[in-house]
Design a protein around this ligand. Sequence first.
Ligand SMILES: N[C@@H](CCC(=O)N[C@@H](CS)C(=O)NCC(=O)O)C(=O)O
Length: 201
Amino acid sequence: MIKFYGTSKSRAARSLWALEELGLKYEHIPTEVAKAKSPEHLKINPNGHIPALDDDGVILCESMAINLYLAEKYGKNSLWPASVEDHGRAYQWSFWGITELEGHFLTLLSHKMFLPPDQRDEKKANDAINALKAPLNVLDAALKGREYLLGSNFTIADLNVAGVLTFGTYVKFDHSATPALQAWLGKCHGRDAYKKLRSIA
Ligand SMILES: N[C@@H](CCC(=O)N[C@@H](CS)C(=O)NCC(=O)O)C(=O)O
């Protein structure tokens, strides 16, 4: 039995997306960000964060690790690529998403919507937008002339990177300067499993 902890209004969204893509049955415990450090949740993830997964006693934290695990275990004919070389590329893009993009998006969101208005700094928001230009151009170049990051199929590499780019949707991030990225992101976010997240706590 799979138990999943975390809400769709957090980084847990990307793992809920993976669970939905894979069509897995799971018990959803919608632990909110504010409850991530509760004594009950610390027993599941001692770091005090969401998401967390309990797959029949295999307890994992870290959204990217959860997704790569789920894809490899349950997605051999769907999200998980066939070759070892493409496993390497899936790891690369997943880690790239959280190291090259995520921090800048969080800074942007903090100064556009999370912080109380009097603590928001427009310059920090603009610096984050500028810092995102180089990695987003890298992604755009990688997507030119191909449907998805690893070729013609949507895989966990796409889900993990598009999952990080979900942050941008909160502030209607303008991707028009990177058309290949924009077209690819539209396809990823147009998937039924992604759209289902709206109806999940
Ligand atoms: N690297 C972790 C980050 C997890 C994380 O920081 N989650 C936030 C919610 S988006 C959280 O639990 N915050 C609550 C807290 O730190 O108290 C992952 O990707 O799973």
